[in-house]
Design a protein around this ligand. Structure first.
Ligand SMILES: *[C@@H]1O[C@H](CO)[C@@H](O)[C@H](O)[C@H]1NC(C)=O
Length: 191
């Protein structure tokens, strides 16, 4: 009986291990984060900053690790109702793995967790005139991720004091595809 339980236990440990074998939480290989990404969940302790008109509401499209250890990040963002493509060169700070970008003040960010072929969780601290805002984003290689990964993201947000109600699901939100064609076409003819 004991042996059977031990076997069962080992099987469970192995199965669990295998499930997580690609998840990296330190010493990230930045070349492996290059490529296209989709913003799936976006969270902040200051929710207005990531809501419809919020300055930090951004949709990451791609990340490219440059030879000089800087990152090139392409995003889409609605500015005054119009879609804009933003490109950031983010230099590595003195701290390894921590990058900086100037946008709506000063931002420092780092990767919290990654499974290079599946998802990437970024944590950023925005500082603007003494005000600090935390932002977390879950990027995915596909337009959506599994519920388990979303749950994991919620936990990591909670660890940093960001409650569940401050997490926005962007998987069905298209920042630009509608704006590109004819932005004025939707004018309502209310009576
Ligand atoms: C790295 O290269 C990019 C593109 O050439 C440049 O814009 C950026 O300033 C460079 N970063 C550093 C730290 O030199």
């Amino acid at each position: 009986m004991k042996l059977l339980l031990l076997c069962l236990g080992l099987t469970l440990v192995c199965a669990h291990h295998e499930e997580n074998h690609d998840v990296v939480t330190s010493n990230f290989d930045m070349s492996k984060i290059s490529g296209e990404w989709h913003s799936t969940l976006l969270a902040s302790d200051v929710k207005e900053k990531i809501e419809e008109q919020g300055s930090l509401r951004m949709f990451v499209e791609s990340i490219q690790a440059l030879d000089n250890s800087s990152l090139l990040i392409r995003c889409h963002k609605k500015i005054n109702g119009e879609c804009a493509e933003l490109t950031f060169i983010c230099d590595e700070t003195e701290e390894e793995g921590v990058y900086s970008a100037i946008f709506d003040g000063y931002n420092e960010f780092h990767i919290v967790e990654a499974d290079y072929n599946d998802y990437l969780i970024l944590y950023a601290m925005n500082s603007n005139k003494q005000k600090k805002t935390q932002v977390m984003v879950l990027l995915a290689r596909k337009p959506d991720v599994s519920p388990q990964i979303k749950k994991r993201f919620e936990e990591l947000c909670k660890d940093r004091g960001i409650p569940k109600e401050n997490i926005l699901d962007l998987t069905n939100v298209y920042p630009c595809s509608h704006a590109r064609g004819n932005p004025g076409a939707q004018a309502s003819s209310g009576q």
